[in-house]
Design a protein around this ligand. Structure first.
Ligand SMILES: *Cc1c(COP(=O)(O)O)cnc(C)c1O
Length: 449
């Protein structure tokens, strides 16, 4: 059997799948500061109309505009791999497949949404986009998309990552973007944080506040978010739709689907198209994998909370560790968000998907094993899905089950080699579940029912 299962460009999906159409209960609406549902018009200070409509849509299929499809052809459809060598190395009777999203120009799944977001903003007459980035994958993706559609991009990059990953900065600049270490003194939100803690390492929540503040204050500027929101997960469903077609080409179907979960976009992207089958009665397990140091789905509270530290965003019902939770400086920077997608959160709350948390050292062991069998050096985020898949594949050795496992290889680790170096020299550690910090942060949830 082939190693790579490939789709022709003409077989790339023409529509995104909206999971809301198949959810048993409608999503809880985002609320404003008064505790009332946000009027979508209020969002127009920072988002174009087309994106707002997608955010609140319950239509099952939404067409991918032609200029967006043409830009996605730069790397899509992405290959589905059968992990023959990893299976052999493990000696498992399980069949392991992975969707390789690392082949995009930015090296992760994130351009799948950056491209349509830049397109819709350009169509709406917007000239500039602001955004935040943690490890830098999202900042790179939006910089690329801004370059493709002729928009200026300004990136607030979490300071600890800005210092750890200089080459991601260089990539953003290569695609024409401006990059600043957040917190900056350019925004009210940034100045407030620096006044309390001049050495703040920054966090995604702070960087979001800075980017939203700037976009809300300028006519020509909108804001763009790389995860969490409904429209972002919508744009990522092209991953799972392609995977379904590719598995059908080899007459297979997964028992379990794994993806790393930070804000939930690549998990939703690969899992939601399979959820459509689950909603129709098919037996399939969908597993979101997170770090034990930032255990949003497995240890968080399902409640209304802000998306950012300053409390500028609408409050959303989601699993959260509290909006001012500062996760430990683990290397899977893309998994350090305090909240999670409201869609993923609701499905988890209703028991329709599952979640597991894995410690950092086990994820790097899995990443090294993967690199030594399949060749690709995975992103630290992606190693979470690999580790969970390996756990299940090993369980299959004990039980003799020949399950079919699918995971999302959300990105490669070429800019994260410092993290691998730390792992090899033994200085990488597991962080305990930061119970006290989470408890303190959860005490600051917005005070509504
Ligand atoms: C950002 C990122 C993630 C986590 O973000 P999600 O929105 O949960 O997908 C995972 N893997 C990679 C490679 C990333 O860049």
């Amino acid at each position: 059997m082939d190693t790579k299962i490939l789709l022709a460009e003409s077989d790339m999906p023409t529509h995104w799948y909206n999971v809301v159409a198949d959810m048993p209960t409608p999503p809880s609406p985002p609320l404003g500061p008064d505790g009332q549902p946000v009027d979508p018009a209020m969002l127009s200070a920072i988002f174009p109309e087309a994106i707002i409509q997608q955010e609140i849509s319950s239509e099952r299929w939404i067409e991918i505009p032609k200029p967006v499809r043409e830009a996605l052809y730069l790397w899509r459809p992405s290959p589905l791999y059968r992990a023959h060598r990893l299976e052999k190395k493990l000696g498992t009777p399980a069949k392991i497949y992975y969707k390789n999203e690392s082949i995009s120009p930015a090296g992760s799944h994130k351009p799948n949404t950056a491209i349509p977001q830049a397109y819709y903003n350009k169509q709406a007459g917007i000239k500039r986009l602001t955004t935040e980035t943690g490890a830098g994958q999202w900042g790179c993706s939006l910089s690329l998309a801004g370059q493709i559609f002729g928009l200026d991009v300004r990136v607030y990059m979490v300071k600890v990552s800005y210092e750890q990953k200089p080459y991601r900065r260089s990539m953003m600049k290569t695609w024409g973007a401006e990059v600043f270490a957040s917190p900056t003194n350019m925004t009210e939100a940034g100045r407030n944080v620096l006044a309390k803690d001049p050495d703040s390492p920054g966090s995604l929540g702070i960087a979001i506040s800075e980017a939203v503040e700037e976009a809300a204050g300028r006519e020509d500027t909108n804001y763009s978010l790389g995860s969490v929101l409904n429209h972002v997960l919508l744009h990522q469903t092209i991953i799972g739709e392609e995977a379904k077609k590719q598995l059908a080409m080899v007459g297979d179907y997964p028992d379990t689907v794994f993806a790393p979960c930070g804000g939930g976009s690549n998990f939703g992207g690969i899992a939601f198209p399979f959820f459509a089958d689950k909603a129709a009665g098919k037996a399939i397990e969908l597993v979101a994998v997170e770090p034990t140091s930032c255990p949003t789905l497995t240890k968080g509270t399902y409640a209304y909370d802000y998306g950012d530290v300053a409390g500028l965003t609408p409050i959303m019902k989601m699993y959260t560790l509290g909006h001012d939770f500062m996760p430990p400086g683990i290397h899977a920077g893309g998994l350090r968000y305090h909240g999670d997608s409201p869609l993923v959160s609701q499905l988890h709350h209703e028991g329709l998907i599952s979640a597991v948390a894995i410690p950092q050292l086990e994820t790097f062991q899995a990443g090294v094993l993967f690199a030594q069998s399949e060749g690709i050096v995975p992103a630290p985020e992606s190693t979470h899905a690999i580790a969970a898949t390996i756990r299940e594949a090993k369980r299959c050795i004990d039980t003799g089950e020949n399950k079919t496992l699918l995971f999302n290889l959300s990105g490669h680790g070429h800019f994260d080699m410092t993290a691998y170096d730390r792992f090899f020299d033994g200085s990488l550690e597991d962080f305990e579940y930061p119970e006290e910090a989470i408890k303190a942060s959860l005490a600051h949830l917005p005070n509504i029912g």
